[in-house]
Write a protein that binds this ligand. Sequence first.
Ligand code: WTA
Length: 654
Amino acid sequence: MSDETLSNLLREERRFPPPAELTAAANVTAAAYQEAADDGEAFWAAQAARLDWAEPWTRVRDWSRAPFARWFVGGRLNVAYNCLDRHVAAGHGDRVAFHWEGEPGDTRTLTYADLTDEVCRAANALLSLGVRASDRVAIYMPMIPETVVAMLACARIGAPHTVVFGGFSADALRGRILDCDARVVVTADGGYRKGAPSALKPAVDEALERCPDVRSVLVVRRTGQEVGWTEGRDVWWHDLVAGQPAEHEPEAFDSEHPLYIMYTSGTTARPKGILHTTGGYLTQVAWSHWAVFDVKPEQDVYWTAADIGWVTGHSYIVYGPLANGVTSVLYEGTPDSPHQGRWWEIVQKYGVTILYCAPTAIRTFMKWGDAIPGRYDLSSLRLLGSVGEPINPEAWMWYRRAIGGDRCPVVDTWWQTETGAQMISPLPGVSTCKPGSALRPLPGISAEVVDDTGRPVPNGSGGYLVLTEPWPAMLRTIWGDEQRYIDTYWSRFPGRYFAGDGAKKDEDGDIWLLGRVDDVMNVSGHRISTTEVESALVSHPRVAEAAVVGAADATTGQGIVAFVILRGDNEQPADTTSAEDLGRELRAHVAKEIGPIARPRQILVVAELPKTRSGKIMRRLLRDIAENRSLGDVTTLTDSSVMDAIRDRLPSGA
Ligand code: WTA
């Protein structure tokens, strides 16, 4: 973020107190901050009591082996039972769990009773495939009800799932399957995206060519596309699941039993398998969903417009809303299929009251203009949320006005795959919101902004965001790599969790998130590592070296810009057309290696890259070029003429 943007942010003086009506009936009042500050363990123990435990815990938290935490020690519970059966037992079986809307306009309604039956059948199906507690199951799916069913079926039998975003490539899928040694894959023929069926099964087939231990692939028929079929390995969902009994006795698992692994990009090429466990995770997602969105299960229609393949979908489409017995919307497709009013049509159709999405979507809608949401009745909305990247004040204001009719509070929620649940956010019935600020840590959460030496910065200054106390939904480790867990999160500031984000405290002590301080880019709310894209590029035969930066982008937050050096002496593209062809080829190559979300916005062929004396690429300078700013300080460059050489080679305007 440029200094100018930063100082604009901190001059932001608009204030939005909570609507009186919301405050009067709010789930959480200001007292929660004090209660949690007085006794954090008692606070979280009270929240854990929202769940049904088969065995009570004996200790709220055990931090004796820090940074390896245990929460609700000795307690036992079943996540699927807590998300489903208990609501049915309480007489809410007829309540809608999901209004599902397919992209082509087909719909399905699943009540809590329906979903419970489906999950029991799927759990029995997984058991029949030999899946047992602690076995890993990979899920590679479109946004259809079976995705939720598969996750809960895994949770029900204690088999940790790893959901791989459907936009990831066969290579990325294979890497994840191998890393966690999954033996069963749940997928579909395809899903609908941008108005057309988009295949998934071919990527599974390709991935499994080199995953010899996967024995079963359970395939949902969604699009009816032709699929390749491996006899003895592949089985149709409708053949196997439909015939299973709808009864399944849930087993209670230890509070620390692994619930899922979610891979996320780090600063190296190899994604990290973030491990979440059972009791603490479910407690914090259920509590935060109830508190931050002020949900009223009997009245609200809640919609997280994100993909289940990301942590936001895990915590706030699946586990949080279901643990709270809430009615949700689940939408399969893209916001502009078949038209740019699709989201608002859905809000109107189902009477959505709470909407949660990413700033990149908000900025896209802003670009499309007010007239589009203006055509729909959005008066059912009462609360709006934002997640995934810093939201600039103008996008925040637009969201509040054009979508929220100037009456809905906007909660900007900061959290990460690693934190499992929301950490820094306004409380809608309590906080006076500031456009662009996530304000303060939620009750029960301790965060600080520190300088290089780890000392808290005074109000009005910036630094690094750290979390100073363990929290229930925190990651427990990186799958199979405890040392990397310690090094990545707990070594930069010993004893404290280093989030990798820059932040600033304003004069009131409220927190403004400023984006990543490491080599992780944030493109449309998706974390992508610069190194991951660089290694994809250098795996192409024509590329000798690559440096990738995230350049500011008005819509996607950041766009990926790659600087590449080609192999050989005479390999510079001869003319513009061949340069364009090469650019296209390399962009397609990255999309194939990682997935379309990692496709660079721009590829610039250069002769040299700017490096420090220790050989580290100076991304800051490359970012300056990519963002077309005047160059920063180049004195640590081995050869400062490199920058001129780069500039000379660039097409004008780049
Ligand atoms: C960024 C998504 C500013 C941040 C839930 C973090 C945010 C990364 C916000 C985690 C926010 C998320 N304001 N930045 N409200 N929410 N981020 O793991 O850089 O996909 O470290 O989790 O997104 O991304 P992840």
